[in-house]
Design a binder for this molecule. Structure first.
Ligand code: NDP
Length: 256
């Protein structure tokens, strides 16, 4: 007998960026809460290993190799989910990249292009495919992963900050547009969270992690599971009257 929390019992949930960090944690948390999970990202080895681990524990997991910047890849991931489960109840649009930490006037075009392409076009591709599937299934819930950088500035990360404000914009627009068709759309805005992005940023910018802890009321970096827990609740029926919100999960950073 599998022990599950049951928050997402019976739901079919697609998770983007499930090969590492917050997305991988979400796959485990959502599965434990009773969801059948479909994992999407580019690195197949990582996806295959996590899928095998979850299935080995008796959960229902599958993966689709997906590059979110390609609309046809995203449609394939959604079609795979529909073929396997017959419906799509939830989506955690989590994938994203950080880009360089560089002053705006010195930022290279290729950083702008890759950050906007992944974080904005990638979400655009996801929302269109997921909403179409949810409309045909009678509704659903979506959580988009923004950042505290979607609410306030982060120094030397202008394209990232702009992209994460766009995530908030898409969240509000989609929530407003589909509320009467049974689709809720919300966002989480994580603060500093342990993942490949922060290992990269903190590794290349000595003192940055300590400086962020200094201005974070809880004074620490989050475990990825702490973000996944908030997303799980927003995806669940317990959040049935919540739509269009951006929930900071940030140890008090934005409030400070
Ligand atoms: P990771 O780098 O560990 O995870 C990023 C995920 O995105 C990976 O699974 C990666 O998979 C996937 N990804 C990137 N580009 C693409 C693409 N083109 N197509 C498909 N998947 C892609 O970092 P996090 O877990 O921290 O990042 C998850 C989200 O959390 C991001 O949106 C990030 O902006 C947000 N966030 C993170 C914070 C932090 O402090 N860590 C704070 C605020 C927000 P693959 O390479 O296999 O494709």
């Amino acid at each position: 007998m599998i022990e599950t929390g049951g928050l997402l019992s019976g739901k079919v949930v697609l998770i983007t960026g499930a090969s590492s960090g917050i997305g991988a944690a979400a796959a485990s948390v959502f599965a434990r809460e009773g969801a059948a999970v479909v994992l999407a990202a580019r690195r197949e080895e990582r996806l295959a290993a996590l899928t095998a681990e979850l299935n080995g524990k008796g959960f229902d997991a599958a993966y689709v190799v997906t590059d979110l910047t390609r609309a046809q890849d995203v449609r394939r991931a959604v079609d795979f989910t529909l073929d396997r489960h017959g419906r799509l109840d939830g989506a955690f649009n989590n994938a994203g990249i950080g880009g360089d930490r560089t002053p705006l006037h010195q930022m290279e075009d290729d950083i702008y292009d890759s950050v906007i392409d992944t974080n904005v076009r990638g979400l655009w591709n996801c929302l269109r495919a997921e909403i179409a599937a949810m409309l045909s299934g009678g509704g659903g819930a979506i959580v988009n992963n923004s950042s505290v950088g979607g609410l306030v500035a982060i120094p030397a990360a202008a394209p990232y900050v702009a992209s994460k404000h766009a995530v908030v914009g898409f969240t509000r627009a989609a929530a407003d547009e589909y509320a009467r068709q049974g689709i809720r759309v919300n966002s989480v805005a994580p603060g500093s969270t342990r993942s490949e992005i922060t290992v990269d940023w903190y590794g290349r910018n000595p003192g940055l992690e300590e400086a962020i802890h200094e201005i974070t009321p809880q004074g620490r970096t989050a475990a990825p599971e702490e973000i996944a827990e908030a997303a799980a609740w927003l995806l669940s029926d317990r959040a049935s009257y919540v739509t269009g919100v951006v929930m900071p999960v940030d140890g008090g950073y934005v409030n400070h």
